[in-house]
Ligand binder design. Sequence first.
Ligand code: NAD
Length: 344
Amino acid sequence: MVVVHETSPSRVLLGAGARHALPDELTRYDAQRVLVVATRSAAPAADELAAALGERAVARFDRPVVHTPVAVTEEALALVEASRADAVVTIGGGSAVGLGKALVARTGLPHLTMPTTYAGSEVTPVLGETEDGVKRTRRDPSLLPRTVVYDVDLTLALPVGLTLTSAVNALAHAVEALWAATSTAVSDALATESARLLLDALPQVLAEPGDRPARAALQQGAWLAGTCLATVPMGLHHQLAHALGGTFDLPHAPLHTLLLAHVVRHNLPFAPTAVERLTAITGADPAAAIAALAASYDGPRRLRDLGVPADGLAAVADRVAAAPYPNPGPVDAPAVLDLLRAAW
Ligand code: NAD
């Protein structure tokens, strides 16, 4: 088998206070008229940026929505046109980054981003958009944000529940990269270091959410995890998250969090490299370690808690088994249904 490894171009600024470098960074792209897209949670950072940019901050949009609905993108696009913006800066989680990518897809403007969660979208050339209840995903190198600024200070206020689910979302990218049939020395190294950073730092951050070095470790783990997502095809875990999330309109990170231990338990007997690398980090059964993390979530922990009907599981299992993503463990409908029932 010939495996192709492609590395995306990336320019990343890292460190506490890195956000203050953004105005200078914009000059690399000759940006004079900037649209700032920021979730409401990022309003203080957006205010600070707007003050630093002065007249260069020509417009602001504060309503990015999960799964990038086209109607919302069109609203933001009208703002780009009315303000004659020549660059987009996004501040927020995957929803803000997704809107930035959707604007780039329509305008070609440079997009700079400052992530505030661990979703990893900022380093992938992938955009998923929804219209009329259907999610369509496209992949194109031009969708990659031009500069990513990882400033740990922007993550300090992320609530504990979101921190947990978003970090486990990141961990899922690393874990699936470890068991991918087309993994390489590069993706293995990234995934192993990502899992180590995330699994080591997460308990510390949950105990002390303001711990900056631990938060910085989580953010770096999320960066590497996002790079895995961009580099290696994802398997059953992501397929289940897409199928369930799309069918029942479920929250992204909590869904990943409740599924991951089940998929790890399902796949590990068929994934010796992943077992070896994860066990070296968790010191025991990796599925149990991930299940323990997920059990500490003070939110929906089973598919039934998210409102998924028991009689809806078989159709999802059938769909997954009909066109499975590459995966080490079995993906026949009965095996997938067993896994879903356990998660239900
Ligand atoms: P999100 O961006 O929807 O944010 C979740 C919630 O957290 C929002 O209410 C937001 O306001 C709040 N929030 C974000 N940062 C905060 C902070 N620092 N402090 C306080 N509150 C904060 O969630 P997400 O999980 O980051 O992103 C999910 C979206 O990203 C989905 O649409 C998913 O499909 C997409 N995604 C895409 C890719 C890709 O490669 N294309 C990868 C991962 C996720």
